[in-house]
Ligand binder design. Structure first.
Ligand code: CU
Length: 114
């Protein structure tokens, strides 16, 4: 009878851990799905080549821009806010966000990548 009791305890424990394990893995799957869906535009790697404050333009040698399906190149972007140009200068390594607005590519965020 003692064996039966410990066996049921073992089964109960197995059941509890089994359920907990499942709940955890489902949560992880949920996270993975959240990351895949583009809630916000991805950051792109780049190096600042030129900052043109008077025209609110910036030249960036950028890596692949996934959200725009664009390969790496050096090009000029418009910036959404002139303030974005205050914290960067030529030669800075950055991560930036760029979105298509009509026929123009507009940088909406820049962060120094150090
Ligand atoms: Cu480009």
């Amino acid at each position: 009878m003692k064996t039966m009791k410990s066996l049921s305890i073992a089964l109960a424990l197995l059941l509890i851990f089994g359920i907990t394990g499942n709940a955890l893995s489902e949560e992880k799957q949920g996270d993975a799905i959240m990351q895949q869906s583009p809630a916000s535009v991805e950051m792109t790697d780049g190096v600042i080549r030129k900052v043109d404050k008077s025209n609110s333009k910036i030249t960036i040698k950028h890596g692949e821009i996934k959200n725009l399906d664009m390969p790496g190149m050096t090009m000029v972007f418009q910036v959404k806010h002139p303030d974005l140009l205050e914290k960067v200068q030529a030669g800075d390594k950055v991560k930036f966000r760029v979105e298509k607005s009509g026929s123009a590519f507009v940088v909406t965020d820049i962060q120094l990548d150090r």
